[in-house]
Design a protein around this ligand. Structure first.
Ligand SMILES: [Fe+2]
Length: 300
C-alpha cells in the first residue's frame, strides 16, 4: 500500500502570534520567516522552507497537518486509497500549494475532523537554517518535524484511518484504568520516529492538540531550553523525565495557545522489520515527568 513518509508541516492558529514567535525563537531557536500576508508567518527548523505555518486565528489550535509522500505517483496512490476507503479527497489549488511551499497536495478530513493534507515536493531552502539561539538544531531528517498528540472522540476509527488509508504502523497502545473509566491512547509511526501522531480518546475535549513535540539534536539543547523557560517565566507543564514507550528525555512547557509543547531528545527509533506492538497500562515514565504521575488518579 502507499504510505506517507513523514509529518511535513503543521498549520497552527494562534491569537497571539507575537508571543508564539517569541517562545519559538527564544526557547527552541526556531527561525521566523515572513509570510505572504500579515496574518501568516512561518517557523523554520531545518532545510525546509518551514515546518510550522503560524496563522493569526482565535482557534488557538491545530488548523491542518501536512503529511509528506516522496512523489506525485505516491500522492495519487494515497488519494485513491482514501477514496476507496470512502474518504472525500479534494485536490489542493495552486495558491494553496504555493502557500505551503510544496509542489502538489490533496486534502481531506480525518475521522476526528482534522484537516489533513498529503503533499509532495517540499522546496529545500538554499539558505542554511540559522537557529535563533545557539542550538545544534532538530532531529528531522527522514523523521519529520516531530509528533502531535491529539484529542479525538473515537480512537478506533482514527487508528483505522491512519493505519489502513495512510499506511501508518502501530507503535503501542496505552489503556489506563481510572475510577472514572479507562483512558485510551494509541501511538502510530510512519518512519523510524517512534510516533508521529498519537491519539487520546477524549470526547468533548476543548482543543484538538494535547501537545506538539520537537526533538533536539542534543540533550544540552533541551536542558538550556528548560533554563530559558525558567528565566522567561514560561510555565513548565511537565518537568524532565523519560517516557516508557519512546524512551525520550523531555519536558513540556505551556504555549501561548493553551496546550503544551514537548522538547525532547534521545528517543529510541523503530525498525519495522523487528518491531512488535507494545501495550502499556500506565502513562508513568521510567523516571521523572512527575506531573504525569498525578494524572489518571495517581500512578506509582
Ligand atoms: Fe509527546
Amino acid at each position: 500500500m502507499a504510505k506517507v513518509s513523514e509529518l511535513g508541516y503543521l498549520g497552527i492558529g494562534a491569537s497571539d502570534t507575537t508571543a508564539w514567535q517569541a517562545l519559538a525563537t527564544q526557547v527552541f531557536g526556531m527561525q521566523v520567516i515572513p509570510g505572504d500576508d500579515k496574518a501568516t508567518s512561518y517557523l523554520r527548523m531545518d532545510s525546509h522552507h518551514h515546518r510550522l505555518e503560524l496563522r493569526s486565528s482565535a482557534s488557538d489550535d491545530l488548523e491542518f497537518a501536512g503529511w509528506e509522500v516522496p512523489d506525485a505517483a505516491t500522492l495519487q496512490a494515497i488519494a485513491q486509497q482514501l477514496e476507496d476507503g470512502g474518504v472525500k479527497v479534494v485536490a489542493g489549488t495552486r495558491d494553496e500549494a504555493d502557500q505551503r511551499r510544496v509542489i502538489g497536495l490533496v486534502k481531506c478530513l480525518d475521522p476526528s475532523g482534522i484537516r489533513t493534507e498529503i503533499f509532495y515536493g517540499h522546496p529545500v531552502n538554499p539558505v542554511p537554517f540559522l537557529p535563533a539561539r545557539a542550538t545544534s538544531g532538530f532531529k528531522t531528517d527522514g523523521m519529520g518535524l516531530g509528533h502531535i498528540l491529539v484529542h479525538v472522540p473515537k480512537l478506533d476509527e482514527c487508528v483505522r484511518f491512519y493505519r489502513d488509508l495512510l499506511g501508518f504502523r502501530i507503535s503501542d497502545f496505552t489503556d489506563v484504568s481510572t475510577p472514572g473509566g479507562t483512558i485510551r491512547l494509541a501511538f502510530l509511526h510512519c518512519n523510524a520516529r517512534h510516533h508521529s501522531i498519537a491519539f487520546i480518546e477524549a470526547p468533548g475535549a476543548p482543543k484538538r492538540l494535547n501537545h506538539i513535540m520537537f526533538e533536539g539534536n542534543s540533550l544540552a539543547d533541551v536542558g538550556t531550553g528548560r533554563d530559558i523557560c525558567l528565566e522567561r517565566g514560561t510555565p513548565i507543564a511537565i518537568d524532565l523525565g523519560c517516557h516508557m514507550n519512546d524512551r525520550m528525555v523531555s519536558f513540556y512547557l505551556g504555549c501561548p495557545s493553551g496546550y503544551a509543547l514537548e522538547y525532547g531528545w534521545g528517543a529510541r527509533m523503530i525498525d519495522d522489520a523487528t518491531w512488535q506492538v507494545e501495550h502499556y497500562a500506565s502513562v508513568d515514565s521510567i523516571w521523572g515527568h512527575p506531573q504525569l504521575r498525578t494524572l489518571a488518579g495517581g500512578g506509582k
